[in-house]
Each structure stands twice: as structure tokens, then as C-alpha cells.
Ligand binder design. Structure first.
Ligand SMILES: NC(=O)c1ccc[n+]([C@@H]2O[C@H](COP(=O)([O-])OP(=O)(O)OC[C@H]3O[C@@H](n4cnc5c(N)ncnc54)[C@H](OP(=O)(O)O)[C@@H]3O)[C@@H](O)[C@H]2O)c1
Length: 260
């Protein structure tokens, strides 16, 4: 299948490692030109160089913190690519914690760190997409918005607010050729899953391997997902071929979410 991604211009947030990097690599492998951003300049440089060395697609990057750098990221991406056809709205994850334990004062800063930048960037890229009659906004969220994950209340709650926003927006821009979807990782093996397993092990007084084994046992596929398996689905949703998929939350979870 030709995904129609050749020459498409993608801004991929939080792409120095993990899921964001995987999506940037997969888009570039389909011929897209990607602009990568996160805080670690050295990791971004290495990731972009690896993409450029392959000879298909093209990667540029800028180190910036999403909390403060939204306008600069948008300006740099437009200057580098000439416009943005695809926004992959990925962010760092919030700290673990139960609903009872989270300090009330920590909600606003976390909302500003992982929700507001998504809304802001979308509002910056949308006019160009609507004018062009083509656009893809893909938000990386979590299985927790369907089946809340214990000890991850901030993720469950804040990403659910993005879900309400994305669904509303999708209905407003569908006629302009712009799709807005969410992609929900279950447990895809990255630094983040390692950190969460370590936090859960500490909380339960178990080893990290015991926690990971229990997590694998709860997944019908019997294993964590591979970044490439996740990125391929993201790539399709970002592609021209996914033109009639919008307002959806697509699970990539090996069957982990128990509800239909
Ligand atoms: N992996 C999973 O199975 C899974 C499951 C559910 C939800 N998620 C969520 O999906 C997202 C990506 O997951 P992941 O596993 O790839 O996480 P990860 O391995 O922790 O990577 C997070 C990425 O976000 C960037 N980042 C963090 N804070 C940032 C900031 N303030 N400004 C700019 N960039 C920032 C990091 O780069 P720098 O450190 O260089 O800034 C890195 O590139 C996270 O929100 C995670 O919670 C993942």
C-alpha cells in the first residue's frame, strides 16, 4: 500500500526517544520530511542523523522544552519544512501516583506541561492545514483513557481532557480534510515503561522483573509491544490513506484493554 507520505511534512513532538522517535523514523521511512523536537539535543541529533543516513525521508530537529517553547518550535518547524501537514502531538508522561496521594497543587503545572502545549500547537498548525485541505493531527495518549490505570491518576485524568478536546475538534475540521485522532499505547517497551515498572515495584515491594512479568501476564498477546508495531499504526493514521478515520481513539495494546 502506498501511504502517500512521500514529501509530507511532519512535526513530531517529544521524539528524542521512545514512541515519538519511533514515529518519526517510521514516517521518514515512508518518505516524509520530519521535524523532531524534545529537550535532549544530543539524542535528537543522533536520531536525526540516523534517519538522514538511511537516505529516505529527511529529518531536522530543534531542542526545546514543550512547557515554554511551543511558539519557537512551530516557527522553527515551519521555517525548516515550509509548512506542516502532520502534527504528532506526543508529550512526556506525568509522574505516577494514586488519586489519594496527588497534591492538589500539582494538577495545574502538569496540565500546563502535557495538555496546553498540545492545544496550542494544534491551533498554530490548523489554519495552514485547513487552507491546504489536508491535515493530520495525531495525539499519543494512553490505554488509561479507556481503562484507567492504577497509580497513574494524572495520566488517566489529564489525557481524558485531551480526548474530549480531540473529539470536539475532529467534528469541526473534518470537512476541511483534517483528521484528528488519538493513538493509545498499552505497554510498548520504552524508557517510560521501565520507569513505571520500577515505580510499581518499589510501591509493591517486588522486583522490577516480578512486576514486568505480572504486566505481561495481563496482556493477551503475552508481551510488551515493540515501538515499531506502535509506530506503524501511527504512520497509517498520519497517512493520506486514513482519510476517513477521524475522531477515533485507536488502541495499540496487544488486547490489554478488556472492554470493547
Ligand atoms: N510506552 C508506553 O507503553 C506508553 C503507554 C501509555 C502512555 N504512554 C505515553 O506516551 C508518551 C510517550 O511515551 P514513551 O514511552 O515514548 O516515553 P519516554 O520514553 O519517557 O519518552 C518521552 C519523550 O518525551 C520527551 N519529553 C519529556 N518531557 C518533555 C518536555 N518537557 N519537553 C519536550 N519533550 C519532552 C522526552 O525527551 P527529552 O527527555 O529529550 O525531552 C522523550 O523524547 C508519554 O506521554 C507516555 O506517558 C506510553
Amino acid at each position: 500500500m502506498d501511504l502517500g507520505l512521500d514529501g509530507k511534512r511532519a512535526l513530531v513532538l517529544s521524539s528524542s526517544r521512545g514512541l515519538g522517535r519511533g514515529i518519526a523514523e517510521a514516517l521518514a521511512a515512508e518518505g516524509a520530511r520530519v521535524f523532531m523536537t524534545a529537550r535532549s539535543e544530543d539524542k535528537l541529533k543522533a536520531a536525526a542523523e540516523a534517519i538522514n543516513a538511511r537516505g529516505r525521508g529527511q529529518a531536522k530537529f530543534m531542542a526545546a522544552d514543550l512547557k515554554t517553547g511551543v511558539t519557537a518550535i512551530h516557527e522553527a518547524a515551519v521555517a525548516a519544512l515550509g509548512g506542516i501537514d502532520i502534527l504528532v502531538a506526543n508529550t512526556g508522561g506525568p509522574p505516577a501516583g494514586t488519586a489519594l496521594s496527588v497534591e492538589p497543587d500539582s494538577w495545574t503545572p502538569q496540565f500546563e506541561a502535557m495538555v496546553v502545549p498540545v492545544f496550542r500547537l494544534a491551533s498554530l498548525v490548523l489554519p495552514g492545514m485547513q487552507k491546504a485541505g489536508f491535515g493530520r493531527i495525531l495525539v499519543v495518549a494512553s490505554s488509561g483513557i479507556v481503562q484507567p490505570i492504577p497509580n497513574l491518576v494524572m495520566s488517566n485524568a489529564l489525557r481524558s481532557s485531551i480526548l474530549g478536546w480531540a473529539k470536539t475538534l475532529s467534528g469541526e475540521v473534518a470537512k476541511d480534510g483534517v483528521t484528528v485522532n488519538m493513538i493509545l499505547p498499552g505497554r510498548i517497551e520504552t524508557d517510560r515503561t521501565g520507569e513505571l515498572d520500577a515505580a510499581n515495584a518499589k510501591r509493591a515491594g517486588k522486583t522490577v522483573e516480578q512486576v514486568a512479568e505480572a504486566a505481561r501476564a495481563a496482556i493477551p498477546a503475552g508481551r510488551y509491544g515493540d515501538v515499531r508495531e506502535f509506530a506503524d499504526v501511527a504512520c497509517f493514521l498520519a497517512s493520506a490513506r486514513a482519510s476517513y478515520v477521524t475522531g477515533s481513539a485507536i488502541r495499540v495494546d496487544g488486547g490489554a484493554i478488556r472492554s470493547v
